[in-house]
Design a protein around this ligand. Structure first.
Ligand code: HAS
Length: 548
């Protein structure tokens, strides 16, 4: 089955099933976020014995894991169906099975958090301990995503066999690459949860090797952020050029940047552990160098986007160095939301480079600066891009249209988000530089003399958080309208074409064995020796259970 203009009806249902949960999670996670900022600024006291950390766990898991993962999988199913054709029976069934398993896991984990049996934040660092069912819920969630990734890889495999093509459609290649990255990354967290946390939380073993568990988490945790970012890049590379009336600058460059993410996003987890003892400086140094390598594909992406914008602008008659800027469709919500996301990614990426720079990390680590950083990256660049996708994807899948009124609402939503985030993330960055800690309830340090000057920033965060919450309500209104009430019709699923003059894509870019082989070597080089050290030199008291 070949490229078709619309997503098959059944595939659309599978995709929408994911999107419903994604946006329900945004609403619930957003409520938790609003309450957090209000508690921190002293505006309210939480009722019914709800704890600050319980709220923080719900916020992190619902937004950073549930919203993102369901959205990404739903978006990929739709895009693969659009570019490769209707899903074949087996991958289609696997897709639904994945959805069911993921959802059972999500419900179980959410119940544990609501019961205050899983108040361990989204990073669930030991020695914080949750109910075993919290970890079992997370395991089911991950297994569900593996089934979803399996469905996409299977579809890709059958398509290649049937079509005899060496190069797959760019969208589908990027979707499969993102899921392959996810497979490799989740091995770390799966090993930790299954072999460390579940036995420990059931009481089958007394001890847990904390350093090892954190290392396995960050082996997963950094590629996790690229699992969030790459679907946004799919939109920036493949969809935005079509919306602005331009072309994809280069198919090869886009694919190469995704290959580089597979190679360099995993062996870098130590940049989250630069201040942890028990890892020798050499291995930290090596992983910082690799972290700087993973900045390269983002710089390539920025270059490619500027090229697409300029080509589109010149086609419309724009002149001079920056004439293209005015030629961009600023009133089109499908463009405006992701574009604001891109603009925010410039300071957000600069913040990431600061974090990764060992000496500067000593200043910002575990301060609210880092919280500010990820509210710009995942909660702005990625989230705004996902919202921008939803504005055309949902009506496309439900057989409705994005009306002029909804374009205006969506643009207002984007502006509110950017303004709210300016206050909230700006205050977080600033107060972080003044030393305010992260992952800490304000009440625990408000009497500390150092904290006296931090209150105005807490208030700024609450102002920003409140604006963001209004933006979430507006978002939910728009999404509900597009899913159930907008006029019936046909909304386009934009897929860009490659510029005429671009070089032919070399088939080596789809040589999975080669790229997975190099990725494995890099991971083994970066992790084998330090992980062996962590097991060998586990603290006394756990001689028989050094791994646990
Ligand atoms: Fe990060 C911590 C380093 C990117 C998310 N990061 C976090 C945490 C999260 C997170 C969630 O090295 C906290 C985890 C926790 O709970 O502890 N991060 C980096 C680096 C990058 C980076 C080097 N992070 C991200 C992205 C995230 C994300 C993306 C989510 C999606 N991060 C760190 C480090 C820490 C960290 C340390 C640990 C800190 C600590 O001590 O705990 C890089 O990938 C960034 C590269 C990006 C760029 C920007 C390219 C710009 C583009 C846009 C172009 C715009 C255009 C529009 C074309 C170089 C592509 C122009 C239009 C016009 C009109 C002008």
């Amino acid at each position: 089955m070949m490229n078709q203009m619309i997503v098959d009806r059944n595939d659309a249902k599978l995709s929408m099933a994911h999107l419903y949960i994604a946006f329900a999670a945004v609403l619930l996670g957003g409520i938790a976020g609003l309450l957090q900022t209000l508690v921190r600024s002293g505006t309210i006291v939480l009722p019914a014995g709800i704890g600050y950390y319980q709220l923080l766990t719900a916020h992190g898991i619902l937004l950073a894991l549930v919203f993102t993962t369901y959205f990404i999988i739903g978006f990929f199913y739709a895009g693969m169906s659009r570019t490769m054709g209707k899903f074949y029976d087996q991958p289609y069934r696997l897709g639904w099975l994945g959805y069911i398993v993921m959802t059972i896991g999500t419900v179980l984990t959410t119940i544990m958090i609501l019961l205050n049996e899983g108040t361990v934040l989204y990073t669930f660092y030991a020695p914080l301990k949750a109910s075993p069912w919290f970890y079992i819920g997370l395991t089911l969630f991950i297994v569900g995503t593996w089934l979803a990734g399996g469905a996409m890889c299977h579809q890709y495999y059958i398509w290649k066999k049937v079509s005899h093509k060496k190069i797959s459609p760019l969208f589908s290649f990027m979707a499969v690459m993102t899921m392959v990255l996810w497979f490799v990354a989740t091995i770390g967290v799966a090993v930790s949860v299954i072999f460390q946390f579940i036995p420990w939380s059931f009481g089958w073993v007394d001890e847990i090797n904390i350093l090892l568990s954190r290392t396995l988490f960050w082996y997963f945790g950094h590629p996790l952020v690229y699992f969030w970012l790459l679907p946004a890049y799919v939109c920036w590379y493949v969809i935005i050029p079509e919306i602005i009336g331009g072309k994809i600058f280069s198919d090869s460059l886009a694919r190469l940047s995704f290959v580089l993410f597979l190679l360099f996003s995993i062996p870098v987890g130590f940049h989250h552990q630069l201040l942890e003892s028990g890892i020798s400086p050499f291995w930290k140094y090596l992983q910082v160098v690799l972290t700087f390598m993973v900045i390269v594909p983002s710089l390539m992406t920025a270059f490619s986007l500027f090229a697409s914008f300029e080509m589109a602008g010149r086609k419309k008659g724009a002149k001079g160095l920056f004439g293209w800027f005015r030629a961009l469709p600023w009133k089109d919500a499908r463009f405006f939301a992701p574009m604001v996301g891109m603009l925010i990614f410039i300071p957000a990426g600069a913040g990431g480079i600061i974090n990764a720079s060992n000496q500067m990390n000593q200043i910002v680590h575990n301060t609210l600066w880092v919280t500010g950083h990820f509210h710009l990256t995942v909660a702005s660049s990625v989230a705004l891009t996902f919202f921008g996708i939803a504005y055309w994807l949902i009506p496309h899948l439900t057989g409705r249209v994005l009306t002029g009124k909804m374009h205006q609402m969506a643009n207002l939503q984007t502006i509110l988000w950017a303004v709210g985030m300016f206050f909230m993330s700006g205050a977080m960055h600033t107060v972080g530089l003044l030393g305010a800690p992260r992952r800490t309830a304000y009440t625990t340090y408000q009497n500390n003399p150092d904290a006296l000057g931090w209150m105005p920033y807490e208030v700024a965060m609450a102002v920003g958080g409140s604006i963001l919450f209004i933006a979430i309500l507006l978002l939910i209104y728009i999404i509900t309208d597009l899913a159930f009430f907008a006029p019936k019709g046909k909304e386009d699923f934009p897929i860009g074409e490659v510029a005429e003059g671009a070089e032919k894509t070399p088939s080596i870019l789809e040589n999975w064995r080669l790229w997975l082989g190099i990725a494995t070597v890099l991971i083994l080089v970066a992790y084998t020796v330090p992980v062996v050290h962590m097991i060998e030199h586990a603290p006394p008291g756990s001689p028989g259970y050094k791994f646990w």
